[in-house]
Ligand binder design. Structure first.
Ligand code: PAF
Length: 283
């Protein structure tokens, strides 16, 4: 049975453990998470182990990236199962601060994000989100000082925002995006999938099917407007309340008018019942 990772809950304990890990020129990879770990997170850990000699996973449900009406209170918290998975994956250190450690009394600083954070995708529907993410990820980077950090491509805009922020603030960390891990029926793995009822779970893979079909039609020369309009209709007909289904430049996230403006990424966000799902695919 592999040894359980060290768990640090205070900054002094995090620093002490990192110092001991960093002996003999070890490199450190950070996998930031909010817990409720699934195979998508484990793919990040797997990549982290390939790219660094020591792996730190942070588990922190970050209140500043949730709006008051969102699911901060009910976000799944599965500590025991998470630690069992991280033990099996042979992670070295779990950074698990509480809210008071991350945001001590009087905390008054927030990273202001522009560029990819104002692309008009997630930011249109969750205006609080990227400020909260950038601030906590900025703190995680300065607390853990990793050489590399791994993020899932499922949160595609988040990946671009964090990459930009790390470069803009000279944080000295290489941000790496890891491909989406999907269930057998194509649904992108997400900690929030547990919210889906059986009926909703049966419909949820439709998002991926629509994107795959749209990407195929576009690659085969389909008209962008027609393809996107057809996808939008299919998603609506399946019972989703659509936030957006858009074709964007894969790097800048700028709107595109044709595939010639590419590389192109299709991005979708839609609610089924009260659960909001996001997904994306390269064309
Ligand atoms: O993607 C997530 O789980 C979170 O947004 C992150 C990056 C851990 C920041 O809280």
């Amino acid at each position: 049975m592999p040894r359980a990772p060290v768990v640090a809950r205070t900054l002094p304990s995090l620093r002490r453990t990192l110092e001991s890990l960093r002996t003999r020129r070890a490199t450190v990879a950070l996998v930031p998470t909010m817990g409720a770990l699934h195979d998508g997170h484990l793919a990040l850990v797997h990549q982290a182990k390939r790219r660094a000699s020591k792996v730190v996973v942070s588990i922190f449900v970050n209140p500043t990236q949730f709006a008051p009406h969102e699911d901060f209170g009910s976000y799944p918290r599965t500590w025991k199962a998470d630690i069992a998975k991280l033990t099996q994956a042979q992670v070295d250190l779990v950074w698990n601060p509480d809210v008071g450690t991350m945001y001590p009394a009087g905390f008054a600083t927030r990273i202001l994000t522009e560029g990819p954070a104002t692309a008009g995708l997630e930011d249109r529907f969750r205006p609080h989100f990227f400020g909260g993410v950038a601030t906590v990820v900025g703190k995680l980077f300065t607390q853990c000082r990793p050489d590399v950090a791994l993020f899932g491509q499922k949160d595609y805009q988040q990946l671009k925002v964090v990459t930009r922020m790390a470069a803009d603030l000279d944080l000295g960390v290489k941000v790496i995006g890891v491909p989406i891990v999907r269930e057998r029926d194509g649904l992108a793995m997400s900690s929030r999938n547990v919210y889906l009822s059986t009926a909703q779970r049966a419909v949820a893979p439709m998002l991926h099917r629509v994107m795959k079909e749209a990407a195929k039609r576009l690659r085969n020369g389909g008209n962008l407007e027609t393809v996107m309009a057809d996808g939008t209709k299919t998603i609506g007909d399946a019972g989703f309340a659509l936030d957006y289904f858009e074709a964007r430049h894969a790097e800048t996230l700028a709107p595109i008018r044709s595939l010639k403006d590419g590389p192109v990424r299709l991005l979708v966000a839609a609610k089924i019942g009260t659960t909001r799902l996001i997904d994306n695919i390269g064309v």
